[in-house]
Write a protein that binds this ligand. Structure first.
Ligand SMILES: Nc1ncnc2c1ncn2[C@@H]1O[C@H](COP(=O)(O)OP(=O)(O)O)[C@@H](O)[C@H]1O
Ligand SMILES: [Mg+2]
Length: 163
């Protein structure tokens, strides 16, 4: 699988990444957003939402597990942080059949069981923050080819390879 790491030096870089991801998404796609607290998952989700003309804007509501938004496609925004690790995604109600008609963005996918992390419509973005210098980056796996084409136009991949 193609793996690309890109530097996110600024909020603008994250916004550009969100725009590229948003433009590449198709009905039924799922975006897994992993990374520590504060690594930028919600920021990226919001940028993807902007690209898809989400209404209302995506936020980080404290007690909401799944938020549904209108847009170019219906958007589901899941934050599984408060679910115990190993929670069944279907039983917890964070994935359902309607999502094949839209896109689902999932923060804290590592808390969920029963969620494929590879497949044709699955994009995994890991957001990393380097403790030493606070440098941020995104490690992207499983993207559609048109996303990889889009990425090369917004940033120079700092590293890429097969993983
Ligand atoms: N690329 C970036 N450059 C600078 N600050 C960023 C970047 N991405 C996110 N941030 C900031 O980091 C903070 C936490 O982001 P957030 O998206 O809420 O993280 P998470 O959802 O992973 O906990 C916010 O203040 C946000 O503005
Ligand atoms: Mg968040």
């Amino acid at each position: 699988m193609n793996v690309v790491t890109i530097a996110l030096d600024s909020l603008a870089a994250t916004t550009a990444l969100g725009a590229a991801i948003g433009a590449s998404l198709r009905p039924g796609d799922r975006v897994l957003l992993s990374g520590d607290l504060g690594s930028g998952k919600t920021t990226l989700a919001r940028s993807i939402g902007v690209a898809l003309h989400a209404e209302p804007e995506l936020t980080s509501p404290t007690f909401i597990l799944v938020a549904e938004h209108r847009g170019d496609l219906p958007i589901w925004h899941v934050d599984a942080y408060r679910l115990p690790v190993g929670s069944d995604a279907l039983r917890a109600g964070v994935i359902d059949e309607r999502q094949m008609h839209g896109v689902t963005l999932i923060e804290w996918p590592e808390h969920l069981a029963g969620l494929a992390d590879e497949g044709p419509g699955i994009l995994h973005v890991h957001l990393a923050v380097d403790d030493r210098n606070d440098a941020r980056s995104a490690v992207i796996r499983g993207a559609r080819p048109d996303l990889h084409a889009g990425l090369s136009t917004i940033v120079d991949p700092s590293e890429s390879g097969r993983g």
